[in-house]
Each structure stands twice: as C-alpha cells, then as structure tokens.
Design a protein around this ligand. Structure first.
Ligand SMILES: C[S@@+](CC[C@H](N)C(=O)[O-])C[C@H]1O[C@@H](n2cnc3c(N)ncnc32)[C@H](O)[C@@H]1O
Length: 267
C-alpha cells in the first residue's frame, strides 16, 4: 500500500550520531576547569551519566576508585564498551537513575550538555536524581546550553556569530564540503521546529549539531541555577565553555554553554 514516507524519530543511537562520539579529551576549556575543580572527588567513586561513546570514560575511569558509566542508548554503550573493555558501563535513564543507591558517589557527572537532551520535566528529575545518588560532601558536575548563547534558535541558513567568525567559517566550509548534510539539516529543521517550546527563562529549540534533528533544552544561567536549587543542588562554581569563571549569582551570560559544579544542598 502506498503512503507518505515518515522520517524516523531522531535517535542518539543512529549510526552517524554515534560515530561522532569517538572523540577523546576535554570538550572545551570550561569542562577542563570544572573537572580540575573536582579533582579530589574524581579520585573516589564516580558515576558518569550520559557517557555516550566514552569520551569522559577516558578522562575519569583510570584514576577513580570505582567508575560506572550510564547511557540510555545501547548503541552508544556498544561503542564505549569497544573502546573501554572491562569498564562498568550500564544502560539506564538519567531521569530517576533507578536502581542506583542513595549517597553512593563522590562525583556525579553529566557532560557535554547531555542534560539538555531531556525535556524540561525530565531534566528536573535527572538533577534531583544526581543530588540523591551523590554523597552529602560529594560533587555533581553538569553542563547546560545557554538561552543567551550563539547556539540558541539557529536556522540551517543562518549561523550566529558574525560573518568572519571561526564558527561561521567552519559551518560554511562544512556546507560546501557536505552539501547532502546541508539539505538534511533543512529537512530536519522543518520537522523539528514544530516542537519548539518557550518557558520562563528556558526554551526547547532544534540544535545545529547533528543536522538539527534534536530539539534540546536551553536556559538562562539564572534559570539553570534555580532549577538546580529546586532539585537539591547548590551551585558552587560555574565555567563558560571558553574556560572563564562565572559567579554562580550571574543571571545572564553570552557563553554558548556553561559547566556547573554543585554539591547536594546541606540540610
Ligand atoms: C551530547 S551526548 C554526550 C555524550 C558524552 N557525555 C560526551 O561528552 O561525549 C548526550 C548523551 O546523553 C545520552 N542520553 C540522552 N538522554 C539520556 C537519558 N535520559 N539518560 C541517559 N543518557 C541519555 C545520549 O544517548 C548521548 O550519549
């Protein structure tokens, strides 16, 4: 029977997405600063949420007393297992962290804006679960896309950042090199833009990475700190993706995304 061919639901397990998570090292200077700030905790029991292809496994597993990596995508885990055989890598959902014990980890990490893959409510559940499984004196590190940053509300045909900026030049070169990718980006954007949502200090929008197939969460810095507090996390330090330190009381910043270092709120 004939019919309209429907595009598949976007998935973190798609082969072309997984293949981009074979990377090593820090994602950016801000992640490096955040992980240096929690070096003492990184030597204890570590839980790495949304571990993807294992980039942060390479950064964290060897020096931790114990290490567990968790991801929702079996395909991502397969890549991480190939790269790090013998490491404890499990399938599980960040929203709830079901089956993981309370107050069991010195350091809980959700890196490279993985938290933004969750919708607004699940994000709150994930932050509360990270607060639950961290030891009272432990640390929780996550990063989050900024509503005031250049990645917010981009269009396939409009790259933010100024005509001569390295970001614009990079994307123009990519489009010239991979015209098929530019066409897929337009097609994906046309579909995913209908899932845009606007909240108070936060919004859901298609993200340029992965050809606009994912609709992800953006929030102002003030909103993210408030969200963390509502989930039982106190922000101790924050770093922009360029590595500069931001006071936790900062309300708005033009950083593209921000790394937060937190502890479970005392009491
Ligand atoms: C942007 S990638 C980051 C991967 C890795 N942390 C890195 O820095 O290279 C986001 C990851 O979060 C995972 N993810 C998305 N939603 C999740 C959820 N609800 N629970 C656990 N993992 C999730 C995806 O499968 C993907 O591997």
């Amino acid at each position: 029977m004939g019919g309209v061919e429907r595009a598949p639901e976007p998935s973190w397990g798609a082969a072309d997405v997984v293949s981009q998570f074979r990377t090593e090292g820090f994602s950016d200077a801000g992640e490096q600063a955040a992980l240096v700030a929690v070096e003492r905790w990184a030597r204890g029991d570590v839980l790495d949420v949304g571990v993807g292809g294992g980039r942060t496994t390479g950064l964290l597993a060897a020096r931790a007393a114990s290490y567990v990596g968790l991801d929702l995508s079996p395909e991502m885990l397969e890549l991480a297992r190939q790269r790090f055989p013998g490491v404890d890598l499990r399938e599980g959902d960040a929203a709830g962290l079901r089956g993981l014990p309370d107050a069991a980890y010195d350091l809980v990490v959700f890196s490279f804006n993985g938290l933004d893959a969750l919708d607004h409510d699940d994000r709150g559940s994930a932050l509360a679960a990270m607060a639950r499984v961290a030891r009272p004196e432990g640390r929780v590190v996550f990063s989050s896309l900024n509503l005031d940053g250049v990645s917010f509300d981009e269009r396939p045909w409009r790259v933010a950042g100024g005509l001569l900026s390295p970001r614009v030049r990079y994307h123009l070169a990519q489009a010239a090199r991979h015209p098929g990718s530019a066409l897929r980006a337009v097609r994906n954007y046309r579909r995913s833009r209908h899932q845009a949502v606007d909240g108070h200090g936060w919004a859901l929008r298609p993200l340029r990475a992965h050809e606009f197939r994912f609709v992800v969460h953006f929030a102002t810095m003030e909103e993210t700190v408030a969200e963390a507090a509502a989930a039982g996390l106190e922000v101790l330090a924050a770093y922009a993706d360029d590595g500069s330190e931001l006071a936790p009381t900062t309300r708005r910043t033009d950083a593209d995304y921000v790394h937060f270092v937190c502890r479970p709120a005392p009491g």
